[in-house]
Ligand binder design. Structure first.
Ligand code: CP
Ligand code: NVA
Length: 304
């Protein structure tokens, strides 16, 4: 049984296979009902547009049945412990997809679950997102994605942490620009570095957004205030010079691609003008969550 809690739960080889599988799903080359007769739980403590809907549609398209639960509708909200919830739900479900504000709670659930657990975003990581984003780049660059320059600019949050591991897993060249005090987690950085040693990837952290974006093929950003975070005006002020705008993009390659995991707060991490200029690519990025998660569910829930 395999969980998908962080990107290091799969091997580089499995990662590439997942990209190829996502491509087959997207091209309509896969029609088998891999999840026939399977019930997949989705437990969410936070709002979601893309992750929830793309998982529900992926599960249904593969012949499975999604069971969506907001955490506050479960006895867990009245104090039932995670351990008992995991042991109960494992008796009904074939897999549980969880979005929670606490990575530790997700790991606790997985420890007691006898069915695969998938991370649908925690405070620390968002592996479904980054796997899908790497698929989006794979569609454009093919295996050349290992030689392009990818820049992440902004808050060193869950999405940024996961990029570090994604770069390690797929051997990518990642430049990360975050302000002092808002760097990504050193634990995820180390995990990314360890993987880079195997795959030939590289990760470079800098407080300088221009250095990260210079000659980049891809510029990626995410919100400055993540879910469950208090809005901190000091932090917003510090991040102002990390906004993805026309001026910053003038340092990138002329054919740069801009990515955003969404939802976006236009006028903060990205200007409306830049967002609209790259909207088609950004919504392809959102669409690809569906294809990648089909590949992931097939990988986790069928015999290989
Ligand atoms: N990108 C992403 O995970 O979006 P949602 O919060 O809408 O699921
Ligand atoms: N960093 C954002 C990502 C949303 C998909 C958050 O956690 O809210």
């Amino acid at each position: 049984m395999r969980n998908f809690i962080d990107l290091w739960d799969i091997t580089p080889e499995e990662g590439w296979e997942l990209l190829q599988s996502a491509e087959s799903f997207k091209r309509g080359q896969e029609s088998q009902k891999y999840l026939e007769g399977k019930h997949i739980g989705l437990i969410f403590t936070k709002p979601s547009t893309r992750t929830r809907v793309s998982f529900e549609v992926a599960i249904s398209s593969l012949g499975g049945h999604p069971v969506f639960m907001m955490e506050n509708s479960l006895q867990i909200s009245r104090g039932e412990d995670i351990k008992d919830t995991a042991r109960t739900l494992s008796r009904y479900l074939d897999c549980v997809v969880i979005r929670t504000d606490s990575h530790e709670k997700l790991k606790e659930f997985a420890l007691h679950s006898s069915v695969p657990v998938v991370n649908a975003l925690t405070d620390m990581s968002h592996p479904c997102q980054i796997l899908s984003d790497i698929f989006t780049l794979y569609e454009v660059f093919g295996e050349e994605i290992t030689s392009i320059k990818i820049a992440y600019v902004g808050d060193g949050n869950n999405v940024c942490n996961t990029w570090l591991v994604g770069a390690g897993l797929f051997g990518l060249k990642l430049f990360v620009a975050t302000p002092e005090g808002y760097e990504p987690s050193s634990y995820y950085y180390q995990a990314g570095e360890d993987l880079c040693r195997i795959t030939g990837g590289s990760i470079y952290l800098t407080p300088n957004p221009v250095e990260a974006v210079k000659d980049a093929h891809v510029v990626y950003t995410d919100v400055w205030v993540s879910m469950n975070q208090e809005r901190d005006e000091e932090k917003i002020k510090v991040l102002r010079s990390y906004q993805v705008n026309k001026e910053l993009l003038s340092y990138a390659r002329p054919d740069v691609k801009v990515m955003h995991c969404l939802p976006a707060r236009k006028g903060e991490e990205i200007t409306e003008e830049v967002f609209e200029a790259f909207a088609d690519f950004i919504f392809t990025q959102a669409e690809n969550r569906l294809h990648t998660q089909k590949a992931l569910l097939k990988f986790l829930l069928t015999q290989r």
